[in-house]
Design a protein around this ligand. Structure first.
Ligand code: SAH
Length: 257
């Protein structure tokens, strides 16, 4: 039995065993956190290697019932670990009681949503190793001043150090995707709080980038009251110029008005 690749589920199965080994090898072997979630195991090219690792306790979430059936018949030890369902709707507090790490060749069509969900649980997730579309990986890793620096770059960089692991061409998959792929590793930085209201910080970042061509004075109008004082030179800038620290300062200015 084979799994028929379904485009709507972002299914591109990795066929290059060497790449699979590098991805699984990028998940730190010296972590105290044994619990690991694999998102979207598909036909199990990563899962088989992950199940062999004695330093981790693996659980998996896969939305496609055909893949689930395949995994259950092709791998020993799937029973009790593999959940059928949508990661985006998964209540992680019911999966792991404490900290856990995340690995996966993410479905590219929902990779941003996956990162937003990871951020919601950031204090329990010390490490993420994932393959995503190269363009998204570049965007996430870029700093201020870059054209592709955006919402996810700021929100992820506030909490995670991001390092490139590997670049992968379309030929390593079946069926081949139209885009290049990158494997990246995110490790939680030592920050425990931002020094500003976190919910407002997210709103400021999102609102600022939603109209990224405008200066902050104009882009942030929806958040600023009529009488807001925008004389600080930071308001002359566009969102793409601001570092995480700048956004923190900006958030505190807005909170104080
Ligand atoms: N890890 C496999 C498959 C990658 S393709 C490999 O490397 O070959 C992405 C996988 O994510 C597919 O198996 C797809 O069915 C699954 N998937 C897509 N959306 C999902 C979701 N919301 N929750 C869980 N899995 C999902």
């Amino acid at each position: 039995m084979e799994v028929r690749a379904k485009k709507a589920l972002g299914q591109h199965f990795l066929t290059d065993k060497g790449v699979a080994k590098s991805i699984v090898g990028a998940l730190s072997a010296s972590s105290e956190v044994r619990d690991v979630l694999e998102i979207g195991p598909g036909t199990g090219v990563l899962s088989g290697l992950l199940l062999e690792r004695e330093d981790i306790d693996l659980k998996l979430i896969e939305i496609d019932s055909e893949s689930v059936a395949y995994l259950l018949t092709h791998f020993n030890g799937m029973e009790g670990r593999l959940m059928e369902g949508d990661y985006l709707r998964l209540d992680m507090s019911r999966v792991f009681p404490g900290p856990y790490r995340v690995i996966g060749n993410f479905p590219y069509n929902i990779s941003s949503q996956i990162f937003f969900k990871i951020l919601e649980d950031k204090d329990r997730i010390p490490e993420v190793v994932c393959m995503i579309q190269k363009e998204v990986a570049d965007r996430i890793a870029e700093g201020p001043g870059s054209k592709v620096y955006g919402i996810l770059s700021v929100l992820l960089q506030a909490w995670y150090d991001i390092t490139p692991v590997l670049s992968v061409g379309p030929g390593s998959f079946s069926p081949p995707p139209k885009v290049r792929s990158s494997v990246i590793r995110l490790t939680r930085n030592s920050r425990t709080s931002l020094g500003c209201d976190e919910a407002l910080f997210r709103r400021v970042v999102k609102t600022a980038f939603n109209q990224r061509r405008k200066t902050l004075r104009n882009a942030l109008k929806p958040l600023l009251g009529e009488s807001a004082n925008t004389s600080d030179p930071i308001f002359d800038l566009r969102a793409e110029r601001l570092s995480v620290e700048d956004f923190v300062r900006l958030t505190n200015m807005i909170a104080g008005q």
